[in-house]
Write a protein that binds this ligand. Structure first.
Ligand code: WT7
Length: 644
């Protein structure tokens, strides 16, 4: 056990040294503070100490069909229940609620893409579209609690279909459109989805990527899917076999459906969605979120951290296939009645100024993105940023991995022009909402996610759960429940308890290493488990290893993360090949293709090395830390459990 603490810290040694030297502090401008909902950060943190009262107050902002009896039921830890016996519907609060206000004809979703196409959907139009699809889902036999999966690009139909599920109580499970056949099949079969929505393709760097082809192939292995709904999105002519009885075009499906559909009164604890993420084993985790608490958590954090007002134009670049898109491209902004910009395309196509041109064109006020994108775009210096007027920006945000101070400074100067503070938000698929983040009125330190959000009790502890001294590295844990916490891993309560709650009893173990400085600011150092962060995406080493091993040339595989200046980490693979195989160019290409086919482009391969043996424990587990240490030229540490 001991090794794990020192290991996590050791792996991140270079980063930690830089961070320890980081002493700059940036105070918010008078203007920022004056405008802010939370003018005094410290008072708000104080208020959050009575966390049940704090969250109950936030829950009052919604319209409930039935008021809850109890804010929090802690009788069966870690299976917490929030807003017990409340009845509520998410879409009623995210859509219907705005129809009687001056937001009725305001744009809810502003969609644009790399070809400059544009679609604006007002709250009233969104209401109609969601209801039509909700009715159509019912006609397909979708009932409350059934699972519906989406394998769609960043397009309005993706948001509409998620909302249509929430309208009738179906559980959505979005599969990121950058994942490929193997990952797709595994997720859809685990969820046993009844309906799948897919599209003819997605725009990417001037090309159309054929999603239908991937989905056609995958769906053959997904027996639970009764209907495949195909969105005509790119205009590429495609054939569907309506005769097969399984496929139907989206436009046909909703044709003639009434634009009224009663919102299903959902219990606070009824599931809203499942979203799969990677863990330490080969099997992805089906993170399950429920209704009311999730709504309260995401709406509150969006409002306070990004200081949302009526005149905002919100842009979260995160893909909807990940939690960032769920919580902060759709649910948070719509629950606040703001306009959310959805962009389909790469950050550097047709040129690396495209994002800045969109900010100028629409007057984006709040901009939330990932460190990897910033590092990629900062390589062009101010060549593109100075071509555009970015003065509409008031608040910036980052998510996905630690942001290095250099990238932070570039973002702050070139994009925020030293007047838009950066909210470095730490959270996870599991947490549903931001847990550690500044508020706009807080002093910032580049590279630090600052402090726990009001109502959240975060700490750094050793393996026995004892708080470590300031400045020391340890495990990041959360000591009290929060409303948008995941409730379980789908069909795997045991793993839910084992991985998150039982390792350090009584607290939530996040799986990250971190430290706190003398001002109480958190500095996140990286994962403590066998999960890589590639361009902010979570990729499990075991998943990559099993993808390798499913190739006929590979006998055994071990995978570690290798530092990369733009992506944060990329994959380094050590392979034992079967008799008669040599690692030649042709085989390397073939292996790369194979892993890409299994997992999709998220699994970015750096190097592949052929080895004769792999370091293993006596019980046969691969000791990745030994490979890591060797790779980085570091001390291998305690190898007493290493097999001879
Ligand atoms: C992991 C969660 C949460 C949405 C996107 C990723 C890392 C996330 C930060 C941050 C340092 C961060 C952690 C965490 N992470 N945000 N601001 N600073 N690290 O969600 O795929 O569930 O990954 O991302 O390692 O555990 P996810």
């Amino acid at each position: 056990m001991k090794n794990r603490v020192s290991n996590g810290v050791m792996n991140m040694r270079r980063d930690t040294d830089v961070l320890l030297d980081e002493k700059r502090i940036f105070k918010p401008s008078v203007e920022t503070v004056e405008r802010a909902h939370v003018k005094n950060w410290e008072t708000e943190l104080e208020k959050g100490k009575d966390f049940k009262k704090y969250w109950a107050e936030k829950a009052e902002q919604f319209e409930w069909f039935q008021q809850w009896d109890e804010v929090l039921d802690e009788s069966n830890k870690p299976f917490y229940k929030w807003f017990v016996n409340g009845k509520i519907n998410l879409t009623y609060n995210a859509v219907d609620r705005w129809l009687d206000t001056d937001k009725r004809n305001q744009v809810a979703i502003l969609y644009t893409n790399e070809r400059g196409h544009e679609r604006k959907i007002t709250y009233y139009e969104l209401y109609r579209e969601v209801n039509k699809l909700a009715n159509a889902f019912k006609n397909l036999g979708v009932k409350k609690g059934d699972r519906v999966s989406m394998y769609l690009p960043m397009c309005p139909e993706l948001l509409i279909s998620m909302l249509a599920c929430a309208r009738i109580g179906a559980i959505h499970s979005v599969v990121y459109s950058g994942l490929s056949v193997g990952a797709f099949v595994e997720r859809i079969n685990d969820a046993k989805a009844k309906v799948l929505l897919t599209a003819d393709g997605t725009f990417r760097r001037g090309k159309v990527i054929d999603l239908k082809k991937i989905s056609d192939e995958a769906i053959l292995q997904c027996p639970s899917v009764e209907t495949v709904v195909v969105v005509k999105h790119t205009g590429t002519p495609i054939e569907i076999s309506e005769l097969s009885g399984r496929e139907i075009f989206y436009e046909r499906l909703i044709e003639g459906e009434p634009a009224e559909c009663e919102p299903e009164p959902m219990d606070s604890e009824d599931p809203l969605f499942i979203l799969y993420t990677s863990g330490s084993t080969g099997k992805p985790k089906g993170v399950l979120h429920t209704t009311a608490g999730y709504m309260v958590g995401v709406a509150t954090t969006t409002k306070y951290i990004f200081d949302i007002h009526n005149d905002d134009l919100w842009w979260c670049t995160g893909d909807i296939g990940w939690i960032t898109g769920h919580s902060y491209a759709i649910y948070g902004p719509l629950l606040l009645g703001t306009t959310t910009l959805i962009y389909e395309g790469a950050p550097d196509y047709p040129d690396p100024g495209v994002w800045w041109s969109i900010i100028e064109k629409y007057g984006v006020t709040k901009f939330y993105t990932a460190p990897t994108a910033i590092r990629h775009l900062m390589r062009f210096g101010s060549k593109y940023t100075r071509l555009y007027n970015l003065s509409s920006l008031r608040i910036l945000g980052t998510v996905g991995e630690p942001i290095n101070p250099e990238a932070w400074m570039w973002f702050y100067k070139n994009i925020g022009k030293e007047k838009a503070p950066i909210m470095d938000t730490w959270w996870q698929t599991e947490t549903g909402m931001h847990l550690i983040s500044p508020l706009p009125s807080a002093p910032l330190k580049p590279g630090s996610a600052t402090m726990a959000f009001p109502g959240i009790d975060a700490d750094i502890v050793d393996e026995d759960g004892k708080s470590v001294p300031l400045g020391k590295g340890g495990y990041l844990v959360i000591k009290n429940p929060w409303p948008s916490m995941f409730r379980t891993l789908y069909k795997d309560e045991q793993r839910f308890q084992d991985v998150y709650w039982d390792q350090i009893p009584g607290v939530y173990k996040a799986g990250d290493m971190a430290r706190k400085d003398e001002d109480g600011y958190f500095w996140i150092q990286g994962r403590s488990d066998d999960v890589l962060k590639i361009a902010g995406h979570r990729v499990g080493t075991a998943e990559v290893e099993s993808a390798f091993v499913s190739h006929p040339a590979v006998a055994e595989a071990a995978v570690i993360g290798k530092a990369d200046p733009v992506k944060g980490q990329v994959i380094k693979a050590f392979l034992i090949l079967k008799e008669g195989y040599q690692l030649k160019t042709k085989l390397i290409e073939d292996l790369k293709k194979h892993v890409r086919y299994e997992l999709g482009p998220v699994a970015v391969l750096g190097e592949i090395e052929q080895v004769e043996t792999l370091p293993k424990t006596r019980s046969g587990k691969i000791m990745r830390r030994v490979l890591r240490a060797r790779e980085n030229g570091e001390d291998v540490g305690d190898t007493s459990t290493l097999e001879e």
